[in-house]
Design a protein around this ligand. Structure first.
Ligand SMILES: *Cc1c(COP(=O)(O)O)cnc(C)c1O
Length: 243
């Protein structure tokens, strides 16, 4: 006799996972005294099989991909979903990214920002971006350091015409304990507040409403510290068997 293992169908598992995550997001908002509509879930599909993405689509609107090519391929098939680029962007993929992504979370240098501005102008579109900040201080992480972003802020504003800087993004150091990420998230929010409060930002009409921070392991403290976009992958697809 073999034991009978009943696998939960993909659709059911995904519905269950996304419901649990949304419930946790809602509870974190309540605890933080925030409106739940102020936090958006970006479903990170970089490791998800295509069939899972298709199953998820009726349940969700906003997706995040790491690689511009995979984002472009998937956006082409599901053009009505919103696709965000969250991974590192090479100069030669900027056009592809702008054609397929509604938001680029990972602008990590002035050089890249310049390239985005030039490309956006040349294809006659607006670009919406977040500036990635290395707020954890780890040498392995890319992004502007907090000092750089403050010093280079006038240069950022000088570059942007067709490019709209909607906010900041960060990744916390990996840790078993989500609480360890909290200071990194708090730092990002303080940096945003500081930049948004500047006279030159106000004059330019720059408000920086978005804070993209928090992943599967640390989205709760991120929301408590002000995240407006949480990027969640592994928790969403937990328990699904790759084919
Ligand atoms: C993969 C990835 C995520 C999602 O990470 P999980 O731990 O799987 O939720 C979020 N942000 C970025 C930039 C990523 O590369």
């Amino acid at each position: 006799m073999f034991p009978i293992i009943i696998m939960m169908p993909v659709h059911e598992k995904l519905s269950q996972n996304i419901k649990t995550i949304r419930d946790e997001i809602r509870s974190a908002c309540v605890r933080a005294g925030r409106n739940e509509s102020s936090v958006s879930l970006v479903a990170v599909t970089k490791y998800a099989e295509w069939s899972w993405v298709q199953e998820l689509r009726p349940l969700h609107q906003t997706f995040g991909e790491n690689r511009p090519q995979q984002l472009a391929d998937r956006q082409t098939i599901l053009p009505d979903a919103e696709w965000h680029l969250i991974g590192q962007l090479q100069q030669n993929k900027v056009r592809l990214a702008l054609q397929h992504a509604t938001l680029i979370h990972s602008v990590d240098s002035l050089k890249l920002l310049e390239r985005i501005e030039k490309t956006a102008a040349s294809i006659n579109r607006d670009a919406h971006v977040l500036l990635q900040v290395n707020a954890s201080g780890e040498t392995t992480k890319s992004g502007f350091t907090p000092e750089e972003i403050i010093n280079e802020w006038p240069a950022v504003m000088a570059i942007c015409a067709r490019t709209h800087v909607n906010g900041l993004m960060t990744m916390a150091a990996e840790s078993e304990n989500a609480e360890h990420a909290r200071p990194t998230f708090r730092k990002l929010r303080q940096l945003r507040d500081q930049l948004a409060a500047r006279e030159d930002s106000k004059k330019a009409g720059i408000q920086l409403p978005e804070l993209s921070m928090g992943m599967s392991g640390d989205f709760i403290p991120a929301i408590e510290e002000g995240a407006t976009l949480v990027r969640i992958g592994s928790r969403l697809f937990h328990g699904l068997e790759p084919t």
